[in-house]
Design a protein around this ligand. Structure first.
Ligand code: ATP
Ligand code: MG
Ligand code: MG
Length: 569
């Protein structure tokens, strides 16, 4: 069934299926394994996998590993984990490096056709000859060298005969083109570097445009979705696909048969969409890498990082990310979005899915003097106020409880609605208490509030309807579990930490208060939760049981987001 939702990409896909151009569609998500995926990648994943699924097609996960120096299997594992976490499964897992032999044969085909040549110019000379936006390029003196000579040199490049940077293979297109990408772009460079997948087998590596377009063609990709910066590369993408023409060159695909890799040579179409960017974040892998390496955060999966591993640990859910991607939509206009769009999507997702619990993050003791010592009762609370199917839970109540320190004021400011000496407050679901006495330590700090519980105000009684100004949360001191509570906030204080103002960089805008760890108390049923369970701690915010550190006997909760947008930045 065609989805109701629409945008210009889905419209293209729908038209291509309706016209019979394709019987089925295939997309791919092609991350370079040179770092961890971030929130921006979530948009690409939701589009690549989401559109394929909506139209009954499939999507490959392709590790675009053509740049050997920066890549690492650690990233490959995390990428797979992230895609699955978002709820997607790939049709095939491929590596661009699986196709190195095909690319090599394709390059030779281009040389034989007169569409590529080996150039001996240095990188600097190539730049010089390339011209500028207003000035056409000049042909390299090696542009007209014979097919035989180029074939021989290219073979010797592959044998490892020449040093790094001494030669390139270049496409022969148009040195006067208005699109600089078409001024005889490099297709191969010499690089004597070990590769994480192919080891030392190759001293030459294909360039991005060549490798990417042919990888798409090899895999039978119909719609190749990518970000806007590749728009100017599209003519080169099409040139590579057309000139190599894999669909009519089965001999080039033979190396894949030997590897048992199916191929369905197609003529893919590249379609660009805008990158996702949020204020208060940096999202380039280079900067994220620097934050990790300089110890400014606790690793790639630090809950303050915009990596998918980081925001997952923070308590972001796949549902929230999908909601955000849907709300942001797809366009061809790059923009810097407000972070409240991301945080709002998380609140909306968790509001409907997260069960409610009580937790006290800055505890002060309350003794209810008109209940017997060691008094214990079991109250029953709904898990979710708007969803009966979430069921009920037992919350222990007793004569000694913890309340939030800020819910009591000895000298209340005007308009204060919570507990004061001689004043009343409702204990959520338990009854109304009055504070009779404040006990302080030698430093004048409040250590205990002595209160009486109105016996007529217990749940279900007539007196429970009595009007009081405030309702506060609490946990029973004897049964509550001590918990480490990590209060996270935005990593940067500046909306655009990327701008270089007065020589400042994103490092100068780090929020010193972005991580605060406190000891609080949670009700027993919160402690029991499995890691990665999200809760709304009533009146405080949304929290998640830490993916790695949480244990029922030693709970650890991370604040995912506050209940309301309280940032004053
Ligand atoms: P970075 O610049 O952060 O390193 P990248 O584009 O180099 O990102 P890749 O691993 O090549 O990262 O990206 C894989 C796919 O994800 C590409 O198709 C790319 O266009 C897409 N992508 C990357 N960043 C974003 C973003 N911010 N918004 C949407 N899509 C993105
Ligand atoms: Mg890239
Ligand atoms: Mg990059």
């Amino acid at each position: 069934d065609a989805p109701a939702r629409t945008d210009f990409i889905r419209q293209i896909v729908r038209d291509d299926l309706a016209s019979g151009k394709h019987d089925a569609i295939r997309t791919r998500f092609p991350p370079e394994p040179n770092g961890y995926l971030h929130i921006g990648h979530a948009k690409a994943i939701c589009l690549d996998f989401g559109i394929a699924a909506e139209f009954g097609g499939d999507c490959n996960l392709r590790l675009d590993d053509t740049n050997p120096a920066k890549e690492d299997p650690e990233y490959v594992r995390a990428i797979q984990d992230d895609v699955r976490w978002l709820g997607f499964e790939w049709h095939d897992l491929r590596h661009a490096s699986d196709y190195f032999e095909v690319f090599y044969l394709a390059a030779q085909k281009l040389i034989r056709q007169g569409d590529a040549y080996v150039d001996d110019l240095t990188a600097e000379q190539v730049r010089e000859y390339r011209g500028t936006l207003t000035e056409p390029g000049r042909p390299s003196p090696f542009r007209e060298r014979s097919v035989e000579e180029s074939l021989d040199l290219f073979r010797r490049m592959r044998e490892g005969e020449f040093p790094d940077g001494s030669r390139t293979l270049r496409a022969k297109i148009d040195m006067a083109s208005g699109n600089i990408n078409l001024r005889d772009p490099a297709l191969y460079r010499i690089k004597h570097v070990e590769h994480q997948n192919t080891g030392n087998a190759w001293p030459i590596y294909p360039m991005y445009d060549f490798a990417h377009s042919l990888s798409d063609a090899i895999e039978g990709i119909t719609h190749s979705l990518c970000t806007l910066e590749f728009e100017d590369h599209r003519p080169l993408y099409d040139w590579c696909v057309d000139k190599v023409d894999l669909a009519n060159a089965p001999e080039l695909l033979e190396p894949l048969l030997a590897k048992g890799l199916p191929n369905e040579a197609s003529k893919p179409r590249q379609i660009e969409f805008s990158r996702l960017n949020f204020n208060y974040l940096v999202m380039s892998k280079r900067k994220l890498m620097a934050l990790v390496q300089d110890g400014l955060v606790d690793g790639w999966d630090d809950p303050r990082m915009p990596t998918l591993q980081g925001i997952r640990r923070r308590g972001y859910t796949p549902g929230a990310l999908k909601l955000m991607v849907e709300r942001v939509g797809i366009s061809k206009q790059n923009s810097l979005l407000d972070i409240s769009i991301l945080e709002g999507a998380l609140r909306d997702d968790l509001d409907s899915t997260a069960e409610r619990r009580m937790a006290v993050v800055d505890p002060v003791r309350m003794v209810i003097t008109n209940l017997p010592e060691h008094h214990a009762e079991a109250l029953t609370f709904p898990n979710h106020p708007k969803d009966e199917s979430a069921g009920m839970r037992v919350v222990p109540f007793s004569n000694e409880i913890w309340i939030e320190r800020e819910d009591f004021e000895e000298a209340p400011p005007k308009g204060f609605k919570r507990l004061t000496v001689g004043g009343d407050v409702r204990l959520r679901g338990a009854g109304i208490v009055r504070c009779d006495e404040v006990i302080k330590d030698a430093d004048g700090r409040v250590v205990e509030l002595r209160c009486t519980l109105d016996p007529e105000s217990r749940p279900g009684m007539e007196g429970a309807n009595r009007k009081v100004k405030g309702t506060i949360h609490w946990v029973s001191a004897a049964q509550a579990i001590e918990a480490e509570i990590r209060l996270y906030d935005r990593l940067f204080t500046a909306a655009d930490p990327d701008v270089d103002e007065d020589g400042k960089t994103y490092r100068d805008f780090l929020n010193g208060d972005s991580r605060r760890v406190v000891t609080g108390y949670v009700e027993p049923s919160a402690a029991q939760a499995a890691p990665e369970t999200s809760f709304q701690f009533e009146r405080i915010g949304y929290f998640v049981a830490d993916r790695y550190d949480h244990r029922p006997d030693r709970p650890v909760f991370n604040r995912s987001v506050t209940l309301r947008d309280t940032w004053s930045g």
